[in-house]
Design a protein around this ligand. Structure first.
Ligand code: MGD
Ligand code: MGD
Ligand code: SF4
Ligand code: MO
Length: 716
């Protein structure tokens, strides 16, 4: 007779996905406390039982042969060799301190990420700036969200995306600009599919993307003609009197100059520049006018531009002009990218002082110092350099030490030829990552092994400002530690640990951040700890104590945790309560196609199964099967014919900065005169041109001139 083993205890718990900013809830199934699988959480308000392939494979990517399991230090012969943590920490402090002593405190900088917990970002930003005397630190969110953040700040007085995802279900007219939802935010597309109002869906994208194909109207505008296009739509709305004058008068500033500005953007001129004919322009204006609830959504086709801020504001202006804000199904809505880009915008202590405060404001510095129990003199009075300025600082020999956390700039940063040279100039490069094999880690002097999503606790903030929980459901491999623990250990080794005695664990930090947020637009002082986040399926900011009290009443009336759409009362965050119309003259592309380089290069996301530089997604056998292995370029049939390129043939794609090989994917979905390269392959950014929006310093990743030629068999 055989005896049965006692049945293992199986339970489950819900955590927020660690890939994109949609912030789906994933129900992880545990046996004896260890994750054994996951399914999309049916009762999470964001995704209601849905998830994309990346979410489904979240656990699979944790088990990979190239996980960093111990610290690695480059030896005298140039090889990365394992060392123990005490040695790694001692080297970290010794090398960075020596650099600071020789070249000044600001000669060490850091580059962080939108993919770690809010508590971790806050600790990193405070450790570096208040403890280590570092001034210059930025996030990979600069590549992604900076234009939206600046646009909102200037227009509304605070970086505040105003919407809830339910707005996707409540709109009559949904305008998606430079946003390929079906690939980049598939669950948000699913939310649109739940809209029962038979919405008009207008997609503005030079390419006929998966999303454009599913739309009711696709505007294949010429790349980078968005600003002219939306000024033209404003022109038509004004000309026809299709504006909400009452809203404009009561809640905005700058209408008259804006109206004068767009007078020059006549339909004829706009049609010429954008390639969208006058009848279609009129139809779009009329749809916006007729729609009772119109929402404008944008992503990287807008933000990643040399005029990203003003383009984002041209959409904000349309919402203000027509009063489409603060009501269900409306809003000028920027969709974020990474799982915690929104956390980074408020709490990373890089561009803004913790909690959306201003480094330059002495009152703000005092408030934060008091809340943290530190000397105000430790808080710098300026925000430090942006990503591109840090890169330039290294080139100029001003920055000699760099600490990269949760980012892979040696693949993702614009114009790799300079970047790789730049990283090579550093005296000391530390990379803190979950894998030791990333392009950046391979160039490091010291690699610090980090635990990943699923192996640690903390919070993430999604695109609709919902703060959700990330939890430890698996053990980190080898000696890998959570980013939180690594930062705490560095604080101790550096000798500034006493500044952070209150920062014992992520939840304690969360409580501290709640205090700091008091009185800010992002006030979250009313959240009753992680427990409330767990019970409510996440809570959107703002949630001040006063709201918490109201919420209790609402719950008595048997309502769920209410959604916090912003600006319902028409009051914005500028001191006078009014939103601003902000506008400018459209500029020109820096590198237009020419006789030598006749094609314009667009770049972006390729498939739902690929995440950025593929350090994570390439580790899943399932996701690998769902994505092309080789780099491919979408080429229009007319351009392919001209260049004598055949389907699937290897080609050379060249810009003034480099030449790469890619397979030809000949398709009419990319407009003639442009080609498209997905960003997931390391070659893509060897071609891109380093240029930036002057207000947000966000890279303009989606416009530079290239040429193609077929490769002979012997050339491959
Ligand atoms: N599967 C997957 N999902 C992701 C990510 C991923 O790597 N993989 N990354 C996440 C992150 S961090 C981000 S930021 C988001 C990005 O999400 P999206 O912004 O939706 O993705 P992209 O493909 O970069 O760019 C969107 C579109 O902009 C278009 N575009 C290019 N130039 C112009 C232009 O001048 N005007 C207009 N109107 N459109 C233009 C491109 O053709 C492209 O279809 O995705 C998030 N989701
Ligand atoms: N040409 C072109 N280039 C682009 C874009 C484009 O559209 N076109 N898009 C840009 C945009 S929007 C973005 S957001 C960037 C993304 O650029 P990056 O952020 O540089 O790319 P990722 O691959 O997301 O790098 C994240 C790194 O963090 C590691 N990691 C994951 N989880 C953790 C963790 O918990 N702790 C630590 N320490 N590490 C972790 C991963 O292994 C990976 O190496 O790319 C930009 N680059
Ligand atoms: S849509 Fe985004 S948040 Fe949802 S499962 Fe996919 S990657 Fe995760
Ligand atoms: Mo991004």
């Amino acid at each position: 007779m055989t005896r049965c083993a006692a049945p293992a205890a199986t339970t489950s718990t819900t955590l927020v996905c660690g890939f994109c900013s949609t912030g789906c809830g994933l129900q992880v199934h545990l046996r004896d406390g260890e994750a054994i699988g996951l399914t999309p959480a049916a009762d999470y308000p964001v995704n209601a039982g849905m998830a994309c392939p990346k979410g489904w494979e979240s656990l699979a990517v944790l088990n990979a042969g190239d996980r960093a399991t111990e610290p690695l230090l480059r030896d005298a012969r140039g090889h990365l060799q394992p060392v123990d943590w005490p040695a790694a920490l001692a080297t970290f402090c010794r090398r960075f301190k020596a650099i600071q002593q020789a070249h000044g405190p600001h000669s060490v900088a850091f580059l962080s990420t939108g993919q770690i917990a809010t508590e971790e970002m806050a600790l990193l930003g405070s450790l570096t700036k208040f403890g280590m005397g570092v001034l210059h630190g930025d996030g990979n969110t600069r590549q992604c969200m900076a234009s939206a953040a600046v646009a909102y700040k200037e227009s509304f007085g605070f970086d505040a995306p105003p919407y809830s995802y339910t707005d996707l279900e409540q709109s009559d007219v949904i305008v998606l600009v430079g946003s390929n939802l079906c690939v980049a935010h598939p669950i948000l597309w699913q939310r649109i599919c739940l809209n029962r109002r038979r919405p008009e869906i207008i997609v503005v994208d030079p390419r006929k993307t998966e999303t454009a194909m599913a739309a009711t109207l696709h505007l294949p505008l010429r790349p980078k003609s968005d600003l002219v296009l939306f000024y033209g739509i404003a022109h038509l709305l004004l000309r026809e009197g299709w504006i909400d004058r009452e809203f404009i008068d009561a809640h905005t500033l700058g209408f008259e100059p804006f109206a004068a500005h767009v007078a020059a953007f006549t339909p004829r001129h706009v049609a010429e520049v954008s390639g969208i004919d006058e009848a279609t322009l009129h139809r779009v204006a009329e749809l916006i006018h007729r729609g009772r609830r119109v929402s404008f959504w944008w992503t990287m086709g807008v933000n990643q531009s040399y005029e990203g801020v003003r383009t984002a504001q041209s959409l904000i202006n349309l919402a203000l002009l027509t009063g489409n804000i603060g009501k269900p199904g409306t809003g000028p809505n920027s969709i974020t990218g990474q799982c915690n880009a929104m956390g980074s915008r408020l709490f990373s202590n890089t561009t803004n002082l913790l909690g959306g405060h201003d480094f330059a404001n002495a009152g703000h510095r005092q408030k934060v110092a008091d809340a943290l129990g530190i000397d105000m003199g430790l808080i710098p009075a300026e925000s430090g350099w942006a990503y591109d300025q840090i890169v330039e600082g290294i080139l100029a020999g001003k920055i000699k030490g760099l600490w990269v956390i949760g980012a892979n700039p040696a693949h993702s940063w614009i114009n790799q030829n300079t970047l790789r040279d730049v990283l090579g100039r550093l005296d000391f490069l530390v990379v803190q990552d979950m894998y030791h094999s990333t392009e950046t880690a391979q160039r490091a002097h010291l690699v610090l092994p980090a635990a990943a999503w699923g192996e640690k606790d903390g919070t993430l903030i999604n695109s609709e400002r919902r703060i959700g929980l990330m939890k430890k459901v698996a053990r980190a491999p080898g000696q890998a530690l959570t980013d939180f623990t690594i930062f705490r250990s560095i604080a101790e080794s550096w000798g500034c640990g006493k500044l952070f005695t209150r920062w014992e664990n992520p939840e304690a930090v969360f409580r501290g951040l709640q205090q700091i947020s008091r009185g800010q637009p992002c006030d979250i002082s009313g959240i009753a700890g992680y427990r409330m986040l767990e019970e409510a399926g996440g809570v959107q900011w703002p949630f001040p104590e006063a709201a918490a009290a109201r919420e209790d009443d609402a719950r008595l009336e048997n309502q769920t945790y209410g959604e916090r759409r912003l600006f319902a009362g028409g009051r914005f965050y500028h001191a006078d309560g009014r939103a601003r119309f902000v506008f400018d003259m459209p500029g020109r592309m820096r590198e237009e196609p020419s006789a030598r380089y006749p094609l314009l290069l667009l770049t972006g996301r390729g498939t739902t199964a690929q995440w950025h530089t593929q350090t994570r997604t390439a580790k899943s056998a399932v996701l690998r099967k769902l994505a092309p292995r080789d780099l491919y370029a979408e080429v229009n049939p007319a351009d392919a014919r001209r260049a004598r390129v055949r389907p699937n043939q290897w080609m050379m794609v060249e810009s003034q900065r480099g030449a790469i090989k890619a397979k030809a994917f000949i398709t009419p979905t990319v407009p003639a005169g442009s080609i498209f390269l997905p960003m997931h392959y390391r070659e893509t950014n060897q071609l891109t041109l380093a240029h930036f929006d002057p207000h947000s310093r966000q890279p303009s990743y989606k416009d530079c001139a290239v040429r193609i030629r077929p490769l002979e068999r012997w050339e491959r």
